[in-house]
Design a protein around this ligand. Structure first.
Ligand code: ZN
Length: 198
């Protein structure tokens, strides 16, 4: 016998399939939604579909944006000769929040992980190398300090060194295995200032 109606069960299943949401949270959210005014539920559903349909990758740095170029890449006051390489758009947001970094970014959308079968061709590395044909004076590798992040940093270092472009790695004041987005701004800035050449 099903405990709830089929509709509620389907809603719980869909919500529970989202990252970070267990069955209990999914149930709580589902029952909350059932009790929400109809127009609010419609707005929520529409917002999700709109975001999915209208968000695209910045053609320069590959972060998620509503425009062809993201606000950082289209800002002429930023230093376009310094590129910080991050694993995802959330890491970019973490550095942006410090308000102290003046360069631009490159979002890899992942990290090399032989264990998960993610190789250099599965992340936006080719796109990074293409950008280096322009006028770039430094590439700051700010991937996470996890095994995957370090593997990716080493790989990028090896790839860029022969071009003669300066390539640096943020200092490892960042806790091992720590996701950049959870680290406070002071630690992020210290890691950036303490960067060393790869
Ligand atoms: Zn951009």
């Amino acid at each position: 016998m099903e405990l709830y109606s089929g509709h509620i069960n389907r809603l719980i299943d869909e919500l529970a399939a989202l990252p970070g949401i267990g069955t209990k949270s999914a149930q709580r959210l589902a029952f909350h939604m059932i009790n929400m005014p109809r127009d609010k539920v419609e707005r929520l559903a529409k917002t999700m579909v709109d975001a999915r349909e209208n968000v695209c990758y910045c053609k320069e740095c590959y972060t998620l944006t509503d425009q062809e170029l993201c606000p950082v890449c289209s800002n002429l006051k930023r230093d376009h000769n310094t590129i910080m390489v991050v694993e995802n758009a959330r890491d970019l947001a973490a550095y942006e929040k410090t308000g102290k970094y003046e360069g631009v970014y490159h979002v890899l959308h992942g990290a090399i992980s032989p264990m998960l079968g993610i190789g250099p061709n599965d992340i936006r590395l080719k796109e990074l190398m293409a950008r280096l044909e322009g006028d770039v004076k430094e590439v700051i590798v700010a991937t996470n300090s996890s095994l995957e992040g370090e593997t990716t940093a080493m790989y990028i270092g090896k790839l860029i060194k022969p071009t003669g472009i300066k390539v640096t790695r943020i200092a490892s004041g960042v806790p091992v295995g720590g996701d950049l987005e959870y680290i406070d701004e002071v630690t992020l800035l210290r890691a950036l200032e303490g960067r060393t050449e790869l």
